[in-house]
Design a protein around this ligand. Sequence first.
Ligand code: 5AD
Ligand code: SF4
Length: 471
Amino acid sequence: MSDQIIPLPATAEAAAPVPGTNPNTRKVFIKTYGCQMNVYDSVRMGDALASEGYVTTEAMEEADLVLLNTCHIREKAAEKVYSALGRLREMKKERAANGREMMIGVAGCVAQAEGEEILRRAPAVDVVIGPQTYHRLPEALKRARQGERVIETDYAVEDKFEHLPKTEKAVIRSRGVTSFLTVQEGCDKFCTFCVVPYTRGSEVSRPLSQILDEAKRLVEAGVREITLLGQNVNAWHGEGPKGEAWGLGDLLYRLSEIPGLARLRYTTSHPRDMDDRLIEAHRHLRTLMPYLHLPVQAGSDRVLKAMNRRHTAQEYIRLIERIRAARPDIALSGDFIVGFPGETEAEFEDTLRLVETVRYAQAFSFKYSTRPGTPGAELGSQVAEEVKAERLERLQALLLKQQHEFAEGCVGKVIDILLEKPGRNAGQLIGRSPWLQSVNVDAKSSQIGDIISVRIIGTGPNSLFAERIER
Ligand code: 5AD
Ligand code: SF4
């Protein structure tokens, strides 16, 4: 999953105090770091707190509770948390001087990975709560209010989803016409660079009935597009109505039958779990958008092996060919790591070659970052920082060129877009293309949620421009 820092539009929308609510209501500010799964979790944590009387706020200064939903994927992401906690400590001191309480909670993957260490390094923290235990957040806060420094990072035996409150339909509606839905969590792949199997635990799929209930609820509240989430989403497995074994392909077929659900996506996938049924879903389901995030990480077979990816570059390329044969207009996205321990210049060039062969519409690329506790951290021959930086620059230049070429290739095309939110100029909306691009078009705000036909007439740095056409 990509891991830009994501502010929290979703809960912020729900933050508007309901008229007539108690002005003394507690306020929570949630800051989300990392991937889409964390965005989803922040929304659910906000909902769990709402049922305890908290409203979410976008202004940290007015929050009674500041909750950091953290990311541990790379060193930088984890460091950001500690520097944020340093600032929060000062804020808490000032508050205390004015006789006002402020609580600080750390959730997410840093909480899971560092647990006690957070309490030691950041004395202002009241609660540390992991990604599998956040249904216990209201209870943890109660204990913290009684003076305990709470740490909840065990892998709970109970299913958090069973214990979380269902989101109110009015709240879902206020969040817009697209939504995430977590269907799978954790990972058993153990790529040697990755902390996910340790922070999110082993692979667990949510049962079909739970997913269908949540999807129907979202659609009844006006959601038109759902993105299924999982660290290894295409490893999702469950039981069909007759007890038969189902995979993600089957789940997508079933979700496509929900009336009113216009679009489906899923992320993030592992090449080894792209099975025939899933590829068939791309061929047949018009609801399944032609976009696939399929990380490869590197293009050298030796590096792939050292990363424990368990496929070769050629196998990945052949897989892409099969997917493109099923859905020729599919846009591909990927993740890449440069400077994995021992990576030579020639091996890095294999990555460039693979990118040239595949042609990506979108991609995320990173310098290898040593994560304590992973097998990669034990390897010698770490690549020098300057070498990593230089390789990253070359790779990103190539990926950016491909991204522009893809966008340019859209000009002149007639496509359907889902109108999502107000645009920058009055009288304009931003819609989403099948390939996940933002598209600016003249439209009325009453049309949000509609799918309309447009012709792409130009490209901007991060979006496309379109004109409406009648079809
Ligand atoms: N160093 C750099 N990048 C990493 N990723 C995961 N672990 C590391 C690491 N230790 C990248 C991978 C993954 C994405 C979510 O983050 O490319 O697909
Ligand atoms: Fe990490 Fe590999 Fe699992 Fe992805 S598949 S979450 S990179 S261990």
